[in-house]
Design a protein around this ligand. Structure first.
Ligand SMILES: *[C@@H]1O[C@H](CO)[C@@H](O)[C@H](O)[C@H]1NC(C)=O
Ligand SMILES: *[C@@H]1O[C@H](CO)[C@@H](O)[C@H](O)[C@H]1NC(C)=O
Length: 541
């Protein structure tokens, strides 16, 4: 085979696998819902004992308690714990982000003392004051989502948690969650008062200065509508959903598609606040685009009557993703996982991905279940396999922040690694306690009930517990390619509580809400809950 470099062989192999995959999709389109998923994606046969599942759920709870205790000792009432320097940090507006991001998980874990502490703190926050720059996106998904979700849980399936043997005071505390959600939204809503109605992404609360010459990105615009709509539905006041939906219109119908919509349903990234026109044509399912696509299908889950157009937009984006962005890297031995590339100007596809974008497998599975369309389920599971590879092949047992699979761009010291595994570490190799890979395992498990995904989630947890755990909480680490994870980077992000620990707990919690109130998807039954992008479960309309 002299003269035919290995990477060409890899490409040929990739193409063959791609066509096998494509044939499978075509077939499944005709057969949609005619055959069970197992016909295309056989069950691994792995089954966990009940006692083992219980042991694991308890271990996740222990990790929550450990993280919470560290935060309370050194971080509270700041936004997050810096576990190495043993102090607090304020990266999220300084209203105590870890408390609000953490409460929903504490409710699901049924930790009444922790929840009571959190409720008392939340009741006292003054959302009209903030010395830090505010991100509308982060504040919406962490604070507004966190409070609304806790309200939905504590007035719904967990209404007994705060009431057992207690007086009416706790009942009152639960209701402050809704009052505080309104207070927060009222403090933030001036940011929508731009020429186009697309909100400013960042602002200071006290100046209330509107800057219409600014830009926002599609995740910043398109990841508000679930939280702001739920707030309207809970209060009966339509102003919140009206603001969010008005901004979203620019994404549902692009004013300048020649720039803003390089593939049907797949959009550019930045939008001008003055006229709502797109400024560029690059994007994908990673940072600054990700949760716009995520919410399109989730709004349909939330209320199919009002948000049908959102679902149609998701279908367009999903189909374009399968057609234009799919990439099948070659591995030895061959596997059937897929990655999704990013597009840049001129519709060229960059073969690189990110930990953030790894929620995509779970999102396709949600779409597949919701629309009863097998092709999205199969594709979703292949995507889950792809992101799993970044964990399974990493020495630390954790996937990196960024990776690539372009045969022409493999760093010289990773050639062997790439030929074996089909991907390489690309640029940022740290781990920031992100949830997306585990989040997709959760969805894969809910849909297939294959304990293989629980096994993968457990392996991920053990790796994180081994490399990121500190004396007082958990921390980001600098180098996932090293067995020890490299340097400890000194930040316990609030989404560690909201997302990683919640998805891990839910995947090992048979007795929990997905069975009590079906938070996960039960095939053939209507969903009752939908997760916001910060993993806060919101009760559907
Ligand atoms: C919106 O801006 C206009 C002027 O541009 C101002 O008159 C109005 O009071 C603002 N509304 C809010 C709610 O801030
Ligand atoms: C997590 O790490 C701690 C500290 O090293 C250890 O005591 C605990 O057993 C670990 N958990 C699991 C499930 O291995």
């Amino acid at each position: 085979m002299y003269g035919l470099p290995r990477r060409s062989r890899a490409l040929v192999m990739g193409l063959i696998l791609f066509f096998i995959g494509a044939t499978m999709y075509l077939k499944s389109e005709n057969l949609a819902a005619a055959a069970p998923l197992q016909a295309y994606y056989p069950h691994s046969g792995i089954r966990l004992e009940r006692s083992e599942v219980k042991f694991r759920a308890d271990a996740i709870k222990e990790a929550y308690q450990h993280s919470w205790d560290g935060y309370m000792e050194f971080g509270f009432p700041k936004d997050e714990l810096l576990p190495m320097s043993k102090r607090g940090g304020n990266s999220m507006s300084g209203w105590g982000a870890s408390v609000i991001d953490g409460i929903g998980t504490a409710v699901l874990m049924e930790l009444p003392e922790v929840v009571e502490e959190q409720l008392k703190f939340i009741a006292e926050i003054d959302y009209t004051k903030c010395e830090h720059q505010i991100s509308l996106f982060e504040t919406t998904i962490r604070y507004l989502g966190g409070m609304i979700s806790a309200y939905d849980l504590l007035t719904g399936p967990y209404s007994d948690l705060m009431e057992a043997g207690k007086d009416q005071k706790n009942h009152h505390l639960v209701h402050t969650l809704l009052r505080q959600s309104v207070a927060l939204a009222d403090a933030l809503k001036f940011s929508f008062n731009t020429t186009s109605g697309i909100p400013m992404p960042f602002f200071m609360l006290d100046s209330k200065r509107i800057k219409s010459d600014d830009i926002n990105n599609i995740a910043g615009i398109g990841t508000l509508v679930l939280e702001w709509t739920r707030l309207s539905d809970l209060t009966g006041d339509p102003q919140y959903t009206t603001l969010a939906q008005r901004a979203q219109e620019y994404l549902l119908k692009v004013e300048n598609p020649e720039i803003g919509e390089p593939f049907p349903g797949l959009l550019g990234t930045n939008v001008g606040l003055r006229d709502g026109k797109f400024l560029d044509s690059y994007g994908g399912w990673g940072a600054m685009g990700d949760s716009y696509y995520e919410y399109l299908i989730k709004m349909y889950v939330y209320d199919p009557r009002r948000f049908r157009r959102y679902m149609q937009r998701w279908v367009q984006a999903a189909d374009s993703t399968m057609t234009y962005l799919t990439s099948v890297p070659a591995t030895t031995p061959p596997s059937n996982f897929v990655f999704v590339g990013e597009y840049s100007h001129g519709r060229s596809i960059a073969l690189r991905g990110s930990h953030l974008a790894c929620f995509i497998g779970g999102n396709f599975l949600l779409g597949g279940q919701m629309l009863d369309n097998m092709k999205y389920n199969i594709y979703g599971l292949q995507l889950v396999d792809g992101c799993r590879a970044t964990y399974a092949n990493s020495r630390s047992g954790i996937g990196p922040e960024r990776f690539g699979w372009d045969p022409n761009l493999v760093p010289s010291n990773q050639k062997e690694f790439f030929e074996k595994n089909g991907w390489y570490y690309g640029g940022e190799i740290d781990y920031r306690l992100r949830p997306e890979v585990i989040e997709s395992y959760y969805h894969a498990w809910v849909v297939t009930k294959d304990d293989k995904y629980r096994q993968w989630a457990w392996e991920a947890f053990l790796a994180i517990n081994r490399t990121c755990r500190t004396e007082h909480g958990f921390t980001s680490v600098s180098d996932t390619s090293r067995e020890d994870g490299g340097r400890k980077d000194d930040k316990q992000e609030s989404f560690w509580f909201a997302e990683v620990l919640k998805y891990l707990f839910l995947i090992f919690n048979e007795e929990g809400i997905q069975f009590k109130e079906k938070i996960g998807f039960v095939p053939g039954e209507r969903q009752k809950w939908v997760f916001n992008t910060e993993a806060h479960p919101i009760r559907i309309y």
